[in-house]
Design a protein around this ligand. Structure first.
Ligand code: AMP
Length: 323
């Protein structure tokens, strides 16, 4: 197995270029620090990723994140400024972002008008459209992965789970109960999908049958949304990917052309600082019971042969970059 990282992707360089400041938080891969880039004077966020066994070089997740982010340059996508290994860790240097959409939503002092919501929707879809144009799926779209800069600009972050579309030998991880829990929450909100709605569902790898729960009216979940907004949401929440609206069609939806126009990002209010808002995160939805799993996970019904998902253990790190 290759021991070093592609020098084009990750350059070795003096760590003292960045002056570490406070810890911003702990993420999926490790600690995130605020820092100053002494070369440019810019404030940055450094994501320190534990590499584990150095002999094995960089892990796939880290390599994937570097490679994808290097390719994805867009005003609504977080910029990867630099990447370097040091003392068994990989350091990813990102542009610093003031806050995230979760903090905005949770801030009781911020009233989000329909025009503000439209602005956040538009910036999110623009970033995502760019990903899809590059055949990349984000796979972890959620408010705290939508970072917000000091000028109100929203940027997609954390592509750790992103995959290239249609790659024949992409790998699947076998995730467990948390995925099942998450599906339960989705079905509770949007109803259990039926084969009449999505015929190919039963052929999904690791398909699990859930107890049927009817869909509550979408209006009951979004009481304040306009009819246009609700129509777009219904089209985006369509289970069958063949029937679901594409990102391009979504951006052309009348919701974006009808009144009110989206708020200019510089006019959006953002919280003073993140971390002030560590209030209870339990939503009403979490307190209700989710639909029950009828057949256990592990019942494999693959659409493709299992060999398509195998990882070749002898594969070099350089080859692995294609994941
Ligand atoms: P993550 O590893 O992406 O889950 O991030 C862990 C913590 O660091 C979270 O509190 C994020 O809000 C924060 N964070 C991640 N990236 C940035 C960034 N570019 N600018 C500021 N804070 C960030």
């Amino acid at each position: 197995m290759s021991k070093s990282v592609d020098t084009d992707t990750v350059r070795k360089q003096p760590v003292d270029r960045y002056l570490k400041r406070q810890v911003l938080g702990e993420g999926t891969y490790g600690v995130v620090y605020k820092a100053i880039d002494t070369l440019t004077g810019q404030t940055v966020a450094i994501k320190k990723i534990r590499l584990g066994n150095q002999k094995e070089g960089l892990n796939f997740t880290a390599l994937r994140e570097i490679k994808l982010l290097k390719e994805l340059k867009h005003p609504n996508i977080i910029e990867l400024i630099d990447a370097f290994p040091d003392k068994g860790n990989l350091h990813l240097v990102f542009e610093y972002m003031q806050t995230d959409l979760e903090a905005v939503i949770r801030d009781r002092n911020i009233f989000l008008s329909p025009a503000d919501i439209k602005s956040y929707m538009l910036m999110t879809l623009r970033g995502l459209a760019f990903c899809h144009k590059k055949w990349v799926l984000h796979r972890d779209m959620k408010p705290n992965n939508l970072l917000i800069g000091d000028k109100g600009q929203l940027k997609l972050a954390d592509f750790g789970l992103a995959r290239i579309f249609g790659s024949p030998d992409r790998r699947f991880t076998h995730q467990g109960s948390s995925d099942i829990d998450q599906l339960g929450k989705i079905f509770q909100a949007l109803g259990t999908p039926r084969p009449s709605q999505w015929a190919d569902m039963v052929y999904l790898p690791e398909y699990v049958e859930f107890q049927y729960v009817p869909a509550p009216p979408l209006r009951s979940l979004f009481p304040m949304a306009s009819d246009d907004a609700l129509d777009l949401l219904a089209k985006m929440f369509t289970y069958d990917p063949r029937a679901r609206i594409s990102i391009q069609q979504a951006m052309e939806h009348r919701y974006f052309s009808s009144a009110p126009p989206p708020t200019d990002p510089t006019k959006l209010r953002i919280p003073a600082s993140k971390g002030d808002l560590l209030e209870s995160k339990v939503s009403d939805l979490n307190q209700q019971e989710s639909p029950t799993v009828l057949s256990p996970p592990g019942k494999l019904r693959r659409v493709m042969g299992p060999e398509a998902f195998d990882i070749n253990r002898n594969q070099s790190i350089d080859d692995a970059e294609d994941y």
